[in-house]
Design a binder for this molecule. Structure first.
Ligand SMILES: C[S@@+](CC[C@H](N)C(=O)[O-])C[C@H]1O[C@@H](n2cnc3c(N)ncnc32)[C@H](O)[C@@H]1O
Length: 266
């Protein structure tokens, strides 16, 4: 399958699972979003009142609404019409005002129609790994941003999370002291073709993940003229009580499931 076909299949899958995603996250996000994604993006973004922000791959508008509530002028886009419908419904209930657009992140020309040198910041929260091509988004972003602008992303950590980790729990009895250890086993990092993943527990349709080693991910941004000036690797600091006994990421505190970074125009 080529990039266009993968992208169209992805769009169809996201349209089909929009309702599930919305029920999982609601207006404020699940524990993963609230504990890891949102704090790291907000820290890196360091938003100032009245700034103009574009949220790329906005889903049901979680991040876009959060930024609008913090005083930003927010535009947001997604290629899933079903997601945008849910985002608009949340906004009208919450009194937030985001300008939502149906745009495909792999279509550079469509992105540029948003207006060159218009945005102080672009955010892309947990969507890069869902896109079969990221060069068009970085290329367009380098022109959509003001010269002093920043691009803040959060994505599945390429070293630990987007390459199908195998989760392990071991029990050890050392001289009567019983302990449990959590570890992950990796088989692939450098070369991994697009594979469908189950996503969050209970997702109705698996969708493609596009794993990129760190060099591939960051070189795509560097090629578009960005430099990386901050990086965060947030991990859970405590168990999630509702997940007792599971192999949830909150058990693997030595491994950051996401990587968040801030890029600026060089
Ligand atoms: C995992 S969700 C994240 C949604 C939101 N950013 C958040 O943090 O909750 C990924 C989103 O990326 C969108 N997406 C994936 N590929 C896209 C593309 N090529 N163009 C625009 N949106 C895309 C999906 O429709 C989906 O809403």
């Amino acid at each position: 399958m080529n990039i266009k076909q993968l992208n169209e299949e992805g769009r169809e899958l996201w349209n089909r699972k929009a309702g599930f995603w919305d029920a999982l996250h609601g207006d404020g996000g699940n524990h993963f979003h609230r504990c890891l994604v949102e704090p790291s993006v907000l820290q890196l973004l360091d938003l100032r009142d009245g700034e103009s922000v574009l949220d790329a791959g906005c889903g049901n508008g979680l991040m876009a609404r959060r930024l609008a509530r913090a005083g930003a002028l927010v535009s947001a886009f997604d290629y899933s019409a079903a997601m945008l419908e849910l985002a608009r419904a949340h906004d009208s209930a919450a009194g937030a005002s985001v300008d939502y657009r149906l745009i495909d992140a792999t279509d550079e020309a469509a992105l540029l129609k948003l207006g060159e040198r218009r945005f102080d910041a672009i955010t892309c929260s947990m969507a890069l790994m869902d896109m079969p091509a990221i060069d068009p988004l970085f290329a367009a972003s380098s022109r959509l941003l003001k010269a002093t602008g920043r691009f803040v992303f959060a994505t599945m950590h390429p070293a630990f999370n987007s390459n199908n980790p195998i989760f392990m729990r071991e029990k050890e009895d050392r001289a009567g002291l019983v302990s449990q250890h959590y570890a992950i086993k990796l088989r692939t990092y450098l070369d991994m073709p697009p594979v469908k993943g189950a996503g969050a527990p209970g997702e109705p349709t698996p969708h493609y993940y596009f794993h990129r080693p760190l060099s591939e991910l960051l070189n795509a941004a560097f090629a578009a003229g960005f430099v990386l000036d901050a990086l965060l690797e947030p991990a859970f600091e405590a168990d999630i009580p509702a997940k007792a006994g599971s192999l949830d990421w909150s058990k693997f505190r030595q491994f950051p499931p996401i990587l968040s970074g801030r890029l600026r125009l060089g």
